[in-house]
Design a protein around this ligand. Structure first.
Ligand code: C2E
Ligand code: CA
Ligand code: CA
Length: 609
């Protein structure tokens, strides 16, 4: 065998087959990108102490990088494999020593020699996995040339065998930090096997309470994780996420814990000093790092994260409560906001939300949830053309609850959402049946449909069955959809729309111009009209630019042969302006409030006579 101690010997990667075996052994250890563990840190610390070197490392050699499980006096979490001194160590049965790297032709130009960490002296011993494959190394590094006698070589060998023994013992659960203690101002706690996230955080809380430390609990969600997992297989995705978490751990010594809570949510614990605002700044900074591009395993990806946080001891003293409060705060954040900090008012709001969700079910049954009908008029001749059905809720205990409050809540619960939609459709179709019998030209009825209904296979069939039961055609039904409730899958949405059109139902885009508008909705979906949001309409008599905006939306729709409805017209001036713009229809308080069915019915009778 060639002796790598000879400066003329180049490192060998071994044959392809050898390298495959080696990598398989490494993969089996499942150690790459796991968190630091005290049992390995201790060996590295000891090595640095014994040999009096500034740096000691336990590294593993992956396909194209060397990654450090333990690193004393060293800032990088990994280096490229090509730069690694350990390439030589790996292929060598004995301790590999470079007394002065600056005069060894193989190393003198190495970036780790000419730049940080300015290696001069190196001594390393290979670490072998359970079947004897060399997977990594234990090494000590110094800035000055020096020798390494036989006794030192023997000690380094013993320490490396200790690392091997630890490896053979199995990997501790990744992501957990060292044994419960309070070392040098930094709180740490290692996982006990089988311990849950909550149990672990509870132990951290115990340590923090004793040491008088304050902790911030971060509930962070990766919003685009589902998309990431669509593209990459489970194993790679897991490793990539492991790497991402490790980057966060390695760069933030005050992030004393971070782990995955669910499919897309992560819990972090930050040891902080100072005010709540200081804690929030730390959480924001951490999130700023979390959204930096991660590169690993030939994948480049940027995770989008949002987060909420709660504080120990201010907000609660148990992990379950703190996590729950951080999650609650998170759920109140708006897009683009900073990390949302828990406040008592968030708790009150959440109590009200739970109460509303609870009571909504009964409201559907006992009639305290009902509909108002707001008339829609043609601008030419002021004729009644239809109504929009608007949900109303008067609760005996809570009083009137605005749809702006309860609709977003029940939209999150499939069962409630569907119950309301079907209730609205039933109400509209039953009334259309009545009008059909008594009038030659019954008005249209428009219903608000949450976009999520459009992804349910059976939705068009359910609608068709209601129509059949009442013997009503779909020709007088309009389904209103907001863009924000539709996922950007035009194909899926368009298919449902086509099926609904086959039974005569028309679709309208609602709230157009309210901030989510995209022209693609007008050109790519089979819709029949555009409802222009009141935020646009109500400004047209105030400033020229709003007038022009409204006019261009009307023109845009007309360009696609789509008539427009001006929503929220409250004054005569607004009505005149929308008419002047050739907007076809108007819905607004100026011409008619949302009203009980009896009044709507009277309006229809009056129009007919
Ligand atoms: P939307 O679909 O845009 O409904 C029009 C809203 O504008 C209604 O508010 C209506 O009362 C209001 N409005 C109409 N004309 C005027 C006006 O001249 N001035 C002003 N200031 N407002 C006017 P409402 O009834 O409070 O409903 C709010 C939202 O709640 C609706 O907005 C809709 O998104 C949702 N919603 C209401 N009922 C239902 C329902 O049965 N199902 C679903 N999924 N959503 C509903
Ligand atoms: Ca609407
Ligand atoms: Ca609207």
């Amino acid at each position: 065998m060639t002796d790598p101690q000879d400066p003329k010997v180049a490192p060998s990667r071994g044959s392809v087959a050898d390298e495959k075996l080696r990598r398989a052994e490494l993969a089996g250890l499942d150690i790459l990108d796991t968190g630091p563990e005290e049992r390995f840190d201790r060996i590295a610390r000891l090595a640095a102490l014994i040999f009096d070197t500034p740096t000691a490392l336990i590294s593993f050699i992956d396909h194209d990088r060397q990654w450090f499980k333990a690193r004393i006096g060293f800032n990088l979490c990994e280096t490229s494999r090509d730069e690694a001194f350990c390439r030589y160590t790996l292929a060598y049965a004995q301790v590999f020593v470079i007394e002065d790297a600056s005069i060894d032709p193989r190393f003198r130009d190495n970036p780790l020699v000419v730049g940080y960490p300015y290696i001069r002296f190196y001594a390393g011993r290979a670490i072998r996995g359970p079947t004897g494959q060399p997977v990594g190394s234990l090494c000590v590094i110094g800035h000055n040339p020096r020798g390494f006698d036989d006794r030192s070589r023997e000690i380094l060998r013993e320490l490396a065998l200790w690392v091997e023994a630890e490896l053979a013992r199995g990997v501790e659960e990744p992501g957990r930090l060292a044994r419960t203690s309070h070392e040098g101002g930094r709180l740490v706690a290692t996982a006990d096997a089988g311990e849950t996230i909550y149990e672990h955080i509870d132990r951290l809380l115990g340590v923090a309470a004793k040491a008088n430390h304050r902790l911030a609990i971060l509930h962070m969600r990766v919003d685009n994780l589902p998309e990431f997992k669509l593209v990459h297989d489970a194993g790679r995705a897991r490793r990539f996420i492991g790497r991402w978490l490790n980057n966060l751990r390695n760069r933030n010594s005050d992030l004393i814990y971070i782990d995955r809570l669910s499919e897309t949510a992560f819990i972090g614990v930050i040891d902080y000093c100072g005010s709540a605002d200081a804690a929030r700044r730390r959480c924001d900074a951490l999130r700023a790092q979390a959204v930096q591009e991660t590169r690993f395993d030939n994948i480049h990806f940027v995770f989008n994260t949002t987060a909420g946080m709660s504080l120990f001891p201010d907000h609660a003293s148990s992990a379950a409560e703190l996590v729950n409060k951080a999650r609650l705060a998170h759920s109140t954040r708006r897009w683009g906001d900073r990390t949302a900090l828990f406040t008592p008012s968030i708790a009150l709001r959440s109590q009200r939300h739970s109460l509303l969700q609870e009571r909504f079910e009964t409201a559907l049954l006992d009639g305290s949830l009902y509909f108002h009908w707001q008339p829609i008029f043609g601008n030419a001749g002021r004729t009644l053309v239809g109504f929009e059905l608007l949900a109303r809720w008067y609760d005996a205990q809570l009083g009137a609850v605005s749809p702006n409050e309860f609709i977003p809540l029940i939209d999150r619960q499939e069962r409630l959402r569907r119950a309301l939609v079907m209730n609205a459709i039933e109400t509209a179709v039953a009334q259309l049946a009545h009008w059909q019998q008594h009038h030659d030209d019954p008005p249209d009825v428009a219903i608000n449909i949450p976009g999520s209904e459009f992804y349910r296979e059976d939705f068009p069939d359910l609608v068709a069955s209601v129509l059949r039961r009442h013997d009503v055609s779909g020709a007088h039904l309009v389904f209103e959809l907001t863009e924000r409730s539709l996922i950007p899958s035009f194909a899926a949405t368009a298919e449902t729309m086509q099926r609904l059109r086959q039974i005569g139902i028309r679709m309208a885009i609602d709230d157009f111009g309210s901030g989510y508008s995209s022209i693609a909705y007008l050109t790519e979906l089979p819709i029949s009209s555009v409802k222009i949001d009141k935020s646009v309409v109500q400004q047209i008599d105030r400033a020229a630019q709003h007038y022009r905006l409204m006019q261009s939306i009307v023109d845009l729709a007309h360009g696609q042969n789509l008539p427009t409805v001006a929503e929220g017209v409250e004054t005569r001036a607004q009505l005149e302006l929308v008419t002047e713009m050739h907007c076809e229809y108007t819905q607004g308080f100026f011409l008619g409030y949302p009203q009980p069915l009896a009044q709507a019915d009277a309006l229809v009778a009056q129009q007919a006579s």
